[in-house]
Design a protein around this ligand. Sequence first.
Ligand SMILES: Nc1nc2c(ncn2[C@@H]2O[C@H](COP(=O)(O)OP(=O)(O)OP(=O)(O)O)[C@@H](O)[C@H]2O)c(=O)[nH]1
Ligand SMILES: [Mg+2]
Length: 468
Amino acid sequence: MSAPVFAAVGHPNKGKSSIVATLAQDDSVAIGRIPGTTLQRRSYPMKVDGEILYTLVDTPGFQRARRALSWMQQHETSADKHPEVVRGFLKANRHGDQFVDECELLAPLMEEDAGILYVVDGSVPYGAEYEAEMEILRWTGQPRMALINPIGPADHIEDWRAALGQYFSVVRVFNALSADFFKRIELLRAFGQLKGEWRLPLQKAVDILEHDRQQRRRQAASAIANCLAEMLALQLTKKLPPSADLELEKPPLVKAYRRQQEKLEQRSRQTIEDIYAHKNIERDEAELEFFADHELFSEASWQLFGLSRLQLTGLGLVSGAAVGGMIDVALGGASLLLGSLIGGGVGAVTTLLAADKLVEVEILHMPLGHKLLLAGPTRNLNFPHIVFNRARLHHALISRRTHAERTRLKLDGSLDALLRPLQDRERKTLEKMFGRLRQAEASSSDREELAGIIAAIFAADERGEPDE
Ligand SMILES: Nc1nc2c(ncn2[C@@H]2O[C@H](COP(=O)(O)OP(=O)(O)OP(=O)(O)O)[C@@H](O)[C@H]2O)c(=O)[nH]1
Ligand SMILES: [Mg+2]
């Protein structure tokens, strides 16, 4: 059985392409402010694991609906022959220049047996000029649904409902830009009501999409768990000759360490965006500024993510006071030292930047007067919570973002507005895992366990409730 096909049709500039992008989960669909962005029909199959679940066809808007309808009325024989008249219209005008857009948009309905999604803007008043379009669509005889897409703030939805109800068997309000996963699924179920033979394939599509969503969430959680493990374990070293000036050598190493942490975080974000098929996300200057102002290492950063000092103290998460004074340790072989460092056994620590407390540089004295500078791994207890909450915010924004959204991604740090507060139980479970990851080179089962915890938090985030 071939997968159902739906064509988004309507007036220019009403969000047809936006609906196609959202339902096909494809951000390559052209969307624009200027009417006439879409000039040719184009099909976008919704595929999961290579299987097409359904196809959306994007089409140009009606330009000469009244004239096209009057052509059809002139060629009318009897009402049961209306679809044939529409076919006749296509045949007669396909190569002409009078009804280019009408032919382009009607062709998929008649040739691909596509269901109709008639898209209107519920924020502008209904007007009689839409009647010719709706009448033509009725003449096609194809199953049809009207989607009221509220583009602006004004609300004319009830007037639209009354008018559309006369031409369409199903009328729904569907906001192309903000529709969440559950709304999209609900709409697919409604498509299934349009035609008996679509019910089963669309039920199957819903099942597959639900499973697919879960898979993506797991993949995302796993990428974040791996990133956290790497960031917690990160250590940079630099071997120095006896003559080296330590005070000059330390800052660049700290800088490199911070840069590397940021790189790991950025890489993980890119992975999350790929997982959710957002290929074209633009990050604007404001976003970069945000990271300059509130970067990973700033004091303000963890407060931004809802981790109040009180909560942290309650959970025993506030790191100890900065270790003062420089204590150099003279020890034998570097490899032994590295081993004991990884085990957390070296107590000689110099805190370089009192304000950041995140990276500590240790100096190991090596044979022949050489020295080894080591930056990280971080022992700051807040650090993984900051990284996790930043990842959680980014994941929430990306996983909720429709593929019709073209604005730049804004990570403004207001986690509270977007997400429920984490339960103490969830924080404690996380902290336990972070503790394990801090202990030693994380085993893959530790990472997997953390990924499972993160996936459960994300699932609860999506439902908007704690994970019980
Ligand atoms: N705020 C908001 N804007 C929307 C929504 N849907 C579409 N838009 C905007 O409306 C404009 C037109 O959207 P398109 O999806 O390109 O409309 P179209 O019907 O395909 O337009 P043509 O191809 O020109 O006929 C774009 O600037 C969209 O970003 C919506 O639900 N909310
Ligand atoms: Mg378009």
